[in-house]
Design a protein around this ligand. Sequence first.
Ligand code: ADP
Length: 754
Amino acid sequence: MNKFSILKKYFGYTSFREGQEILIDSILNGQDVLGIMPTGAGKSICYQVPALLLPGITLVISPLISLMKDQVQALNQVGIHAAYINSSLRESQISKALRLAAAGQYKIIYVAPERLETYEFLQFAQQAEISMLTVDEAHCISQWGQDFRPSYLKIVQFIKTLPVRPILSAFTATATEKVKEDILCVLGLIHPQTLVTGFDRKNLYFAVETPPKKDSFVLRYVKEHADESGIIYCATRKNVDALYEKLQAEGVSAAKYHAGLGNEERRQSQDDFIYDKSPVMIATNAFGMGIDKSNVRYVIHYNMPQSMENYYQEAGRAGRDGERAECILLYSAQDVMINRFLLDSREPNDENTWEEMAELRERDEERLRIMTYYCQTTECLRNYILRYFGEDGMIRCENCLNCAREYEETDVTAEAEKIITGILEVRQRYGINVIAGMLAGETRAKLREYGVAQYESYGSLKELRETEIKSIINLMLAEGILHTTNDRYSLLRVSPQAAEVRQGTRKVIWKKIKADPAKASREKKTDAVRMRRSDLLNSRGLELFERLRALRTEIAREESMPPYIIFSDKTLVDLCVKAPFYRDEMMKVTGVGENKFERFGERFLKVIYDYTGGVREKFYFGELEEVQSQASFGQQKMEKAKKVDFYLTEEQAAAFPYAEKYLVTEIAEKLNELRDEQTVKKISGAELFRRMQAGEYAGETLTDGIWKKYVTEKGQAAGMFIGLRLSKAGKEYEDIYYDKKAQKMIVDSIIIEQ
Ligand code: ADP
């Protein structure tokens, strides 16, 4: 076995993704590695594949119980023996698992860091052959990461107790320099192969929206995507509860998750979501680490998160299967205040000195600022993200809302001056709402209470709407002309840079959205983003997808497994595209490995077979080859793939010249005359006959050294019969003829709905 055969046999994939191979090769050469890859990039494969090739056991340290269970379930499903050891097991279960492990039952064992110092585990580790120790979510070892876990420091002591130092491999999605240094240094990696890779998730569409009513936006979106699975992140428990109530009241089946719920309740809602019982999950950021659900089609942030790291990690839970998914952030100026408040109310940590606390606080402020700019920028959103994570972005990705939007530039220097004057006039005592209201000349009770009408600036920008004034203020904040106080009130203050505006040496240019953004984002889906199943599959294909999905749900129930562990959505789509009838055809489908085929393959084949009646059919639109070749091979192959497999539209098929009887080659000839020669390949008589064989309408047998065709009962009923032909040499032989009814069956089977 080598790494490729393992990849196909167990995981059903034919090629490695960016970075995976380098890390795997390094491990197999005995080198330590640090892999920094975004969520969904495929870190697990990087240690699971070498684990199977190394002589001994691989221990995987992982912070979350749910993560371990999920991974172990998935491994056992594909036929890899794995186990986990954590506090969810009883002592007797742990003893049993360790006994089996010592006897060589498992290649991969997931362990919670707390377990590493228990007597029983240390005993086991002394005797076992441990080839590799993998630290998953390795940023947990760093105090600078978002979720430092002191128990991770135990890993270092544990390694020291081992008779032989195993290869160390560490993985995380956090890319900041400080965290990286900490991992390398604290874990003591020796000359590691460090790889930061693939932060670009091409299948994710990014958008920042500022809807007047977030609830209505969410409700509309969720209803429009009713058959899809998605997560909605809120900043606080209160938000989660309120949104949950609202969606429930509107008849949306949702689950909710936050730290204020009991263990049992949390487990139940997590399961409901994972097992596709509730398509929508409304949660705080307590939800998600270790959730490997691959068919999450959207992640909506109801509030702005605290940092780009948090955002990208949470948003990255969408589209792990590589199919198109949407990441939408709903922004309002209030989000900045909520986040400040959350930072302020963070528990002080006894372990840090005062200086360290101040430094941490400053770092958090900086992260929040960068996150806020993301929400306000008019540049390409993907580019912004990639640059933050240290990768070269592109100018425009054409797969985010900002790239879809058109802006017009307006010089708002005069307006900016009035804003500065207004802020100074009220002696910098108010936040954005009061200032914008005052400048717009609003008469809300609150404004009257503050007596803003007495100021000269009152109504000085009344030709603008309040939201427009807020946008200009946000722009001035982003440009550093204004800033806000670092407390929960976020009072607007004038920065020294404002002087340049007042002196006329600095212009303020506002990029205003020109086109209707919702419309633009829908229209602008170019080839690169046509990866969604509804873009790929035709209506018959989508129906087949639903049937396969129903079977997947049925099997998931029988096995008590989440459906995506049986097969991912991507695999189901590829099943529709390839529509296999036989084992070797199905083995070419992405995500189908040997073990999974043995266990469920036949049942999926049967659904396809029953659906097609055994007649080959095309379930996708013609552009597919182009899209696929673009995604996987780049430009060169595109030229070749321009013509698509044979099909006819209903209109073209209507012109078929039916006759009393035809041979299959004659049918092929007539069909070819009807096709669009520019874009559609020819079909051969042999191919048509192969389809008849596959559908059990006809067959061939070898008698006395000669292949003879025959018609089955099903074929006879369909209008096929054996007739005599004359060979060139003047000899009679048998061949199959098709009457009008049979001709129609063939023609109908190749019509593609447009
Ligand atoms: P991460 O741990 O980096 O968040 P995972 O290891 O969970 O990501 O992988 C994300 C998804 O990508 C999984 O569904 C996995 O099966 C799939 N995947 C990983 N490697 C490959 C590959 N080489 N080809 C196709 N799919 C892959």
